[in-house]
Structure formats: C-alpha cells, structure tokens
Design a protein around this ligand. Structure first.
Ligand code: BGC
Length: 467
C-alpha cells in the first residue's frame, strides 16, 4: 500500500505539463486511488475467513478484537399485549418512544427526539448526561407515570457494553467521538436509573440492548427468518443468533441449542494487528487523530462518521499532487470539513456534465469546479470510498452468515444513514455477500427504519412476558 501512495508523488502535475500529459497523470492518479480502495475477490475471501476465525476467538475468551458480547436476548417472539416504552441513545441524538403492542405486533407508536448537547458528550459527566436524558423521559411519560407499578422501559445504548444480565451492562469503551466522564466501566442502567429515581420519575429500566440487537428483534417480531441486525450509520456493527452451547467463554449460560443474540461489536475487527484490513495512509491518518486511536479500525473504514473525512483526505492529496486544482486543498483544509451527506450527494450524480457535483462543491465549499474531468475525479473518489464501505460491510455479513450456517436463506435487518441514503450502497453490499456465500443464496437485506428503539420496546415486552 505504501508504494501506491507514493505513486501520487511520482505523478505530480506541474504547470509545464502539456494538456495530454496532465490528463494522463490525472488518470493514473485516480487509478492509484482505485487500486487502494477497490477490493478484489481474493482480498474479500481472505478477510471473511479471518473474520469467522475472529468470531470463534471472541466466543471463546474476552479481550478479542471482535468482542462477541452475550446479550441475554433469546430467540423468541411471544404474542404479548400492552404499552411499552423505549429509550434509544444512538449517538448525538436520542429518542423516547411509546409503543402499543397487540399479539406481539406493533399497533401504534409515538416518539420524541432530542439532541445530547456537546457539553455532555465531550468531557461532560455521567450525571449531567443521564440527568439530561432522565428529564426528557420525565416530560414524555408525564401522565402515564401515575400508575402504581413503574413503567417498564427498554434501553438501547449503542456502544460496546458487556452485559451481565438483560438489565445490567458495563460500558467497555466509548466510540463515535464520545468522551463523557464516569461512564466507562460503569453499569449504564444504574447510571440512568439513579437519575430517574432522583427526579422521582416512575420508570424502571427492565432491559438494556445494543442498537443492532434492537434492529434485529424489531424485524424478528415480523419475520422469523431474520438472522442478523446491522447498523451502517454514524457507527457500524452487527449482531446475530448464536447457539448457547457455542458461547464457550460464558460458563453461566445453559449449554444447549437455545439461540442467544450476540452483539459482535465488529467495528473493532482486526484492530490490534491489522492482519487483513486493507488500510490506506488516509485510514491511518484518521485513526491517528481520533480520540480512540488503535480501536474500531474496521468501523473507521465503513461508517458515516468517517466516510466524508476519508474522501476529504484523498481529495486534498490529489489536489496537492496537481490532479485536482489547488483550491480543493485550500477550501477542504479543515478536518471533518466534508460531510458524509455531501459525499453521498456527489457520488450519486449521474447527470451528464455532473452538475450536481459542481453545485454541491460551489454552494457548500466555495469550490468552482469548472472542468468536467475534475468533477469526474471528485465523484469517483467519493464513490470508491463509499463502495469500499459497502464491500467491507457485505464481507462482515457474509462471514457471519457462514459462521452461523445461515448462508442459504436469511433476512438481514439493516438501519443507518449510510445504508439508507447512498443509492448504490445496497447493490454493492448484496453483490459482495453473494460472491462470498454463493450466487443462489436467498439473502434479503431490508431497511429496518428506527428498529433500534422499537426493538428495545419489544425486548421490554419479552422481559415482562417472562415474569
Ligand atoms: C458501537 C456499537 C454500535 C455501532 C452502531 C459503534 O460505534 O460500538 O455498539 O452498535 O456503533 O451504532
């Protein structure tokens, strides 16, 4: 990979270059980027086999790159009735949801979304953050909280948590840019319950789950062939059903064929040694400046928080070697200054002349990209970065299906802005899965919108049904 990145230096375009030479060098520079980002079948096969290996490791002991966390959510969808509540903290935004369930099916729901202020997210305290969330829950449940018994609430917390029970889980490590103090190594259910109790809000947190788990369960209540839940949004991760007897590291679990959902935390795949991940110098740079350096290397190549930044770093490199006008390096000089939303708009432009690329660059970044060939380069860079993300997440899905022996027929419930809003993403994802599990497999990747929160409500319903 090093040699490919230095090729950009060899190809530096100068003022003296004749137009034909300039065009040739521009083409070669883009091809060098393509060679770094486009993954071959051989690379995908190696990665998926190694991924399966790492899943086995994670099931047998703690501290592996794919963490394989037991969730205490079992494969069952009881025909419950009632009103259930859910809290969904996914990243910067959180939602409180009220759900009406009849015969195990969602009849109606309503919700209130809010934003976690930066002061709580970056460097704030656990008390401040969970206090803020508890206030929002209090104002949402208001009159319903007058009942004698407390309102049961399912809590989706989209960060790596080790669970000791369905309603108990410790945050292993912050991801997605959070640095709030006093949460790592603490039980997040207790932190929230404490703030609710302080405010005399009559709500009891009965279940804790990851967003992938919520997404899978929400779909599973509708479609029993749902085998995985996947998030490809600000962060990325997946979960699946595993036979209890295979979860070797947890001695307390009953050994049997009963299937439990495993939160893989696959965003951390191969982060220790980078044995198989096709990291580029741009990925290294992102990792180097991130608050969780050395962790979540796979997530940093896939998820929305980083896709804009990877594209920006490549565009700046191309501008520095003359393959794009100098103005790109000048205007795109701010880290995280290019949004994933804009790179997705740019990469979707199929108009002749790529006017959408021009307009987005002009209005959002003040770059007047007059040459059609330059617009083409910009679009291709954004496409390559997004397609690599789709190939990598497709590889992870295929590997999981192979490990679970569900690679012939499965529904995969997927949520997240990258999957939802990038037009060709699903096609690349599906193609990658099929090349790895077999062309004849019937694999359905469905968008499970807002599943993370609804799933927590369903899990709260499961818990109350078991009592
Ligand atoms: C977190 C996961 C989460 C994923 C998607 C990652 O950063 O570690 O727990 O499921 O983001 O939100």
């Amino acid at each position: 990979m090093k040699r490919l990145s230095t090729i950009l230096d060899q190809l530096t375009i100068s003022e003296e270059d004749a137009p034909a030479i300039r065009s040739l060098k521009q083409k070669a520079s883009l091809q060098a980027i393509k060679a770094q980002f486009e993954l071959s079948q051989a690379q995908l096969e190696l990665m998926s086999t190694y991924f399966v290996h790492e899943m086995h490791q994670g099931l047998s002991r703690d501290g592996c790159t794919i963490r394989m966390l037991p969730t205490f959510v079992y494969r069952t969808s009881p025909k419950v009735d009632g009103e259930f509540y859910a809290l969904d903290i996914g990243g910067t935004n959180f939602r409180v949801i009220r759900m009406n369930v009849k015969g195990g099916q969602l009849v109606s729901s309503n919700q209130q979304a809010s934003r976690i202020p930066d002061e709580h997210k970056n460097g704030g305290t656990a008390e401040g953050m969970f206090g803020f969330v508890a206030d929002a829950i209090g104002s949402f449940v208001k009159d319903d909280a007058k009942e004698e018994s407390p309102i049961p609430l399912g809590f989706t917390f989209s960060f790596p948590i080790t669970q000791q029970a369905i309603d108990k889980g410790t945050l292993l490590k912050w991801t997605k840019g959070f640095t709030t103090r006093g949460v790592q190594n603490e039980d997040v259910v207790q932190l929230l319950q404490k703030e609710l109790d302080k405010r005399k809000i009559h709500v009891k947190v009965v279940a804790l789950c990851n967003d992938t788990v919520g997404t899978m369960v929400a779909r599973f209540f509708e479609d029993a062939s749902t085998e995985m839940g996947v998030i490809i949004g600000t962060g990325s991760n997946g979960c699946y059903w595993e036979r209890s007897k295979n979860i070797v590291k947890d001695k307390s679990l009953d050994r049997g064929m009963k299937e439990m959902c495993i939160n893989m935390e696959f965003g951390n795949f191969d982060s220790h040694k980078l044995n198989v991940l096709p990291v580029t110098p741009y990925d290294d740079e992102i990792d180097h400046h991130s608050p969780n350096k050395g962790s979540q290397r796979f997530e940093k190549m896939i998820s929305g928080l980083y896709l804009g930044e990877i594209s920006r770093l490549v565009l700046v490199a191309l501008s520095n070697n003359g393959a794009l006008p100098k103005i790109f390096a000048e205007k795109l000089n701010k880290p995280y200054g290019l949004s994933a939303k804009d790179t997705s708009i740019i990469s979707s432009d199929i108009l002749p002349g790529l006017h959408c690329v021009h307009d987005t660059l002009m209005t959002e970044y003040g770059i007047d990209c007059t040459q059609a060939s330059d617009r083409y380069v910009v679009r291709e860079v954004c496409r390559l970065v997004a397609s690599r993300s789709a190939q990598l997440s497709g590889m992870a899905i295929a590997a999981t299906l192979i490990k679970a022996e569900k690679n012939g027929d499965a529904t995969i419930a997927i949520d997240g802005s990258v999957f939802e809003k990038t037009p060709y993403y699903k096609a690349v994802l599906l193609k990658t899965i099929k090349t790895l599990v077999g062309e004849n497999a019937d694999i359905r990747c469905v968008l499970q919108k807002d599943g993370s929160g609804l799933g927590a409500g369903f899990i709260a319903a499961m818990v109350s049904h078991q009592k």
